[in-house]
Structure formats: C-alpha cells, structure tokens
Design a protein around this ligand. Structure first.
Ligand SMILES: Cc1ncc(COP(=O)(O)O)c(C=O)c1O
Length: 461
C-alpha cells in the first residue's frame, strides 16, 4: 500500500501532485566571466598593475547568469551597438547608421542596397583598396576602373567616358587621409542618375568644403578596423539619409529581414525582402568603437595641425610635384606625399629621409603586387568566378547587355605612373610643434640636396 507521501509524488503535478523537479541544484558561471574580460584587457596591452586593478573590480561583481552581449533581446535601454550607431548619426548628421562587422561588410551591404546585381557595372577608382571593387563583384556587379588625377583620387573628368547603360553606381574612395573631389563626382552622378557609394575607410573625418565625406553620396561606408584612424578591432559603419537604402542595406546585413518591424509580414514594397547574411557588429567591438568614433574630431584635428604645420614650412622644388589636395583644410594628413621627376630620384630622396630619421617610402620600379592598385587585384583582373560559369564577368545577363570585362595594367596610366613614383612620408598625430619643425627642416634639407629650389614650382598648400 503506497503512503500518502508516495501517492503525492506519483500523482501528476497537473493533478495536484508534487513537482518532479522542485529546483535545480547546479550553479552556473557567467558565460563571459572574469578571465574572458581580462583576456580582452590584456590584448589592449594594459600594464600588470592596471590588470590587477581591473581583476579586483571585475571579481567583486555579482553577475548572476552574466551579461548578454548581444544587440538583440537586450533589456538595456541602449546596447553598445545602438550607442555606436547613435554616435555615428550625431557625428555625421545622418538619419541612419548601421554598425557592422567590417568595412567590407558595409560595402557588401551598400552595393546590393543601391541596386548592383547581375548585368550591372560600378565605376571604381584605380587606386583605393581591393575590398571596394571586390564588394561590387560580391553583389554580382562588374567593376570598371577609373583613372586618378594628381590627387591620387578618382578623376571626375574621366568618369563620363566610362558610363554605359549598365552603370548603376560610382564608388569614389577617399585614399590615405585624402578626400575625393566629391562635389565634381556628385555632379556627374546626378547628371546620369547614378547612385554613389563613398568608401571612406582610409579617411574617416575628412571633409570637402566643411562637409564630412561619407555624407555626399547616397551611402557612406567606413572601416573601423585597428588599422584605421578611428580604429577598434574589426568593425564597419554604413551611413545614409535614405530610408529605403537603409532598409535594403539592413536586409543584407541582418539575415534578410530580422530588422523588420514584423519579420514575417510580406514585403511592403518591391525590393524590401531578399536573402541576406549576418554582418552584425559585436557588443565588445561596439563598446570600443563608440568611444573611438566620439574621439574622431580630436584625432583628426591633431593630424591636421601636424600636417599643416609641416607643409607650410616646405620649400618649392623644381623636380618635385606635391600631391594635389582636393581640400587642403579637409584632408586628414596622416602622411604627406609628393612625386619626384623619376623613380630613381625618389629612391635617393627616400634613402636620405630615412637616414635623417624621417620615415619615408616609395613603391619604386618593379615593385611586387599591391592590393591598393587595380592592376594587382588578381581575383578581379583574372575575372575568376567562384564557379566555372565565371559570373559575374561571363554572366549571360551581363553579356546580353553588351558587357565585356577585361583588365590590364595600362588601363589607368596616371595611376600606374604616380603610384610607383609617389614618395610617402608618414606623420604622427602626437608630433609636438618642435617635432613638426624638425621633420619639415629635415625634408627641406634632403630636397635641397637633390633638387633645385624654384619659387615657380607647385606649392604644397
Ligand atoms: C579603402 C578601403 N575600403 C575597404 C576596406 C576594408 O575594410 P575592412 O578591413 O574593415 O573590411 C579597407 C581596409 O583596408 C580600405 O582601405
């Protein structure tokens, strides 16, 4: 005969019996715990004493089940990714901003958003970075390279000759702290009804006539990687004022439609819904990047002060042409550049500058391949497709529309010449006024030894 207690255990809890599992004894630890956080702090190179202080603070905390480091389903008023996007909107004055896993993710999202797909072309600069043209291919479009001018940026005067009925967008890239002539580029784009995706990865904070780059085009893309002026670890940013473009870019970056107010509703307009991927920025990254981006004006201000102080002290030399600046006040200026008459002269100047303690470089003749110039971008120049059909270069839609993609050194002769001949002098935002004066004096000393002073030569500013 079962006792009353036994009967209570056997009876279903639904019928008033005792619960089979009254409580769980096992106790977990935070998913992201002390060691994980300290590993991040260590990675940033903090001193042993700073790490000990952090450990003492972090170990004292009672985290319960631990923090939930995700942008979605957080009960926080503002997640770190949302904070980063808010800082981006405030910094650039745009209506929309998306924090992404990389600058490449931003470009991949942007090109699909503006309508790049099979049978289309995008005009990209001859000098920039592989990721821009590769993102066009990733969106199933075909890049067409436009030559540069003395600024090393896309030559607005050469765009029109490259426009075909397949062209849907321009992809001006702001290179190495400089800025494109966006006003001229936008005029061409608007005349031809083309979208503009600005690649600002190398010049975050650059301006033309007081307007921040990234806000001229339909979409601005940024890399927030550790290599960049505003750098964290690996991150990206996309900004726009166009709601549809924002939603389509989100479509790419957020698995197709996770971002939509109702994920399962039919598309509200043509082109709203399609398959995307996951380019989400992580909370850890966003925590750093929100702070980094907020510091951007100060960082850029320091670089600009250094650049201007040095450039304003340089003499004019017959055998030297300084890089043309589309906006001297708007460039960031983390390096200064000039073109010597010949590569040989450039190599001698670079050797002498380095001997003076001034970090300088030149690519020179017969240099190896480099993913910052079109003729070295092998996956593109070789028109390699991921499958044997060779799309998008040999996509039937592209061929039907009269497209024929081929690439070779010589297509963009100004870029070919200037990229090899250009002398780069690296500058540091933390140079003191005295450091700047010493660098300027050193450059003048070397240039005076190898070139002729010429008051009629092109000025630096
Ligand atoms: C001009 C340009 N575009 C895009 C990228 C890609 O950015 P990420 O490395 O964040 O993907 C870079 C990075 O070097 C770049 O220089």
């Amino acid at each position: 005969m079962a006792s009353t207690d036994e009967r209570a255990v056997q009876r279903l809890a639904l019928q008033g019996g005792l619960k089979a599992v009254a409580s769980i004894e096992g106790r977990g630890e935070p998913k992201i715990g002390v060691e994980e956080f300290l590993a991040v702090a260590e990675r940033f190179g903090l001193s042993a004493s700073a790490l000990e202080r952090i450990r003492a603070i972090v170990e004292e905390e009672d985290w319960g089940t631990g923090p939930f480091l995700a942008n979605y389903y957080s009960d926080l008023a503002e997640t770190k990714v949302q904070a980063f996007e808010r800082v981006a909107r405030e910094t650039f004055g745009t209506q929309y901003a998306i924090g992404l896993s990389s600058g490449t993710a931003a470009l991949n999202s942007a090109f699909t958003a503006v309508g790049v797909g099979p049978g289309t072309e995008v005009i990209c600069p001859a000098i920039g970075f592989f990721a821009t043209a590769a993102a066009v291919v990733f969106a199933r479009g075909v890049p067409v390279f436009c030559d540069v001018d003395d600024s090393l940026h896309m030559d607005a005067a050469k765009i029109e000759a490259l426009i075909t009925e397949r062209t849907v967008a321009l992809a001006p890239t702001h290179v190495m702290g400089g800025v494109c002539d966006m006003e001229a580029i936008m005029a061409v784009a608007r005349r031809h009804g083309l979208k503009v995706v600005e690649d600002c990865a190398q010049s975050c904070g650059g301006q033309q006539n007081g307007r921040l780059i990234g806000t001229f085009g339909d979409i601005g893309c940024f890399s927030i990687s550790a290599y960049k002026i505003v750098g964290g670890g690996e991150g990206g940013l996309l900004i726009t004022n166009d709601e549809r473009l924002y939603e389509r870019a989100q479509g790419v970056a957020e698995c197709g439609g996770l971002w939509r107010p109702d994920r399962f509703a039919p598309p509200r307009y043509d082109g709203e819904l399609f398959c995307g991927t996951n380019y989400r920025m992580s909370e850890m990254e966003a925590a750093v990047d929100a702070v980094q981006l907020a510091k951007m004006p100060e960082t850029v201000g320091r670089f600009r002060a250094v650049y201007t102080r040095i450039l304003s002290q340089l003499g004019r030399y017959h055998q030297i042409v300084p890089q043309k600046l589309n906006d001297p006040a708007g460039a960031i200026g983390y390096c200064l550049r000039f073109y010597p008459e010949t590569i040989e002269l450039g190599e001698r100047i670079v050797e002498a500058l380095n001997a003076e303690g001034i970090g300088a470089g030149i690519r020179g003749a017969n240099a190896g391949p480099d993913w910052h110039i079109y003729h070295s971008m092998l996956p593109i120049t070789g028109t390699y497709g991921a499958t044997e059909e060779g799309c998008p270069y040999r996509c039937p839609i592209y061929l039907e529309r009269g497209g024929s993609a081929s690439y070779a050194r010589g297509d963009c002769p100004v870029a070919d010449d200037l990229y090899d001949r250009c002398v780069n002098v690296g500058l540091n935002q933390w140079f003191t006024p005295a450091d700047c004066d010493h660098v300027a004096q050193g450059i003048n000393k070397v240039l005076s030894a190898y070139c002729d002073e010429d008051p009629e030569a092109t000025p630096w500013l």
